[in-house]
Design a protein around this ligand. Structure first.
Ligand SMILES: NC(=O)C1=CN([C@@H]2O[C@H](COP(=O)(O)OP(=O)(O)OC[C@H]3O[C@@H](n4cnc5c(N)ncnc54)[C@H](O)[C@@H]3O)[C@@H](O)[C@H]2O)C=CC1
Ligand SMILES: CC(=O)C(C)=O
Length: 260
């Protein structure tokens, strides 16, 4: 890479987003970390600085349009440009559909779906301003739950199906600006998200801690749950020039769980 490219990753204080940010830093990107949690954001930024990464951080809520635009502005103010924008932040919900309230539904769709719309709008506006020269990348967190529908994860699955649809429409609308839009679809990763899913499923299914996670992971062909590095390796590809001819795809990276 000649002039340093810039990658923005939402929800990167922890979990898969942190793993993705680490990998893109290793690939030579300047990194803009962003998270709603100021403590993990600060700790991760300090870790990156100690490792010599050219890093900036921004605390924001991806569900808020103004925060997504302010995040892009922060990247531009700090590093002058945005080449890759990863809409990674997301939340789960675990409940039977008959228990879902309007507030539950809105919370999940605000964080998982509106975030992708607003992040795409903010990133694309900046990328268009920057003009040609290279292919820009918007990369969205989908899931096996964007291809399958699981019981007790109904609203979450619906939100990830919506992310897959937004990915395709954005790809169609933005290709003329040399912006590709793709999604990564992880399977089961032992992040804090799965700690919470395991605990909540336990309440519904009367299982012991760890049991729901094990049940969900049991069928993985590669014989283990995934780690952030597995997902980051795919995002590395989607952020690189090697994927310049790919757009509108929602790629499964799940160790062999869902087959499309
Ligand atoms: N862990 C898994 O097995 C899977 C995760 N995914 C998706 O991958 C993405 C990352 O998941 P994990 O790292 O596992 O989750 P996590 O819960 O471990 O980490 C998510 C990060 O996003 C941040 N965040 C949450 N709400 C936010 C908001 N409103 N604004 C800004 N930041 C916010 C959190 O503070 C946290 O640092 C999510 O979109 C998730 O749906 C998809 C498939 C499987
Ligand atoms: C957490 C998640 O995305 C699942 C269960 O697919």
């Amino acid at each position: 890479m000649s002039a340093q490219k810039v990658a923005v990753i939402t929800g990167s204080g922890d979990g898969l987003g942190k793993g993705i940010a680490k990998r893109l830093a290793k690939d030579g990107f300047a990194i803009v970390l962003s998270d709603i949690n100021p403590d993990t954001l600060k700790a991760t930024a300090a870790e990156f600085q100690a490792d010599g990464v050219n890093v900036a951080s921004f605390q924001g809520n991806v569900a808020k349009r103004e925060d997504q635009f302010a995040l892009v502005q922060h990247a531009v103010d700090t590093f002058g440009r945005v080449d890759v924008f990863v809409n990674n932040a997301g939340i789960e919900d675990v409940m039977a559909l008959e228990d879902v309230t309007e507030a539950d539904f809105d919370r999940v769709f605000d964080v998982n779906v509106k975030s992708v719309l607003f992040g795409t709008q903010a990133a694309a506006a900046q990328m268009k301003k920057q003009g040609g020269g290279s292919v820009y990348k918007i990369i969205n967190a989908c899931s096996i739950a964007g291809h399958e529908s699981y019981d007790l994860l109904g609203v979450y699955c619906a939100s990830k199906h919506a992310v897959r649809s937004l990915t395709v429409t954005a790809a169609k609308e933005l290709a003329k600006h040399q912006i590709t839009v793709n999604a990564y679809c992880p399977g089961v990763a032992a992040t804090k998200m799965w700690d919470r899913i395991d605990a909540e499923m336990g309440k519904y299914m009367n299982t012991q801690p760890g049991e729901a996670f094990e049940k969900f992971s049991a069928g993985i062909l590669m014989g283990r749950p995934q780690v952030p590095e597995d997902v980051a390796a795919l995002v590395h590809y989607l952020a690189s020039e090697d994927s310049d001819y790919m757009t509108g795809q929602a790629l499964l990276i799940d160790g062999g769980m869902v087959f499309r």
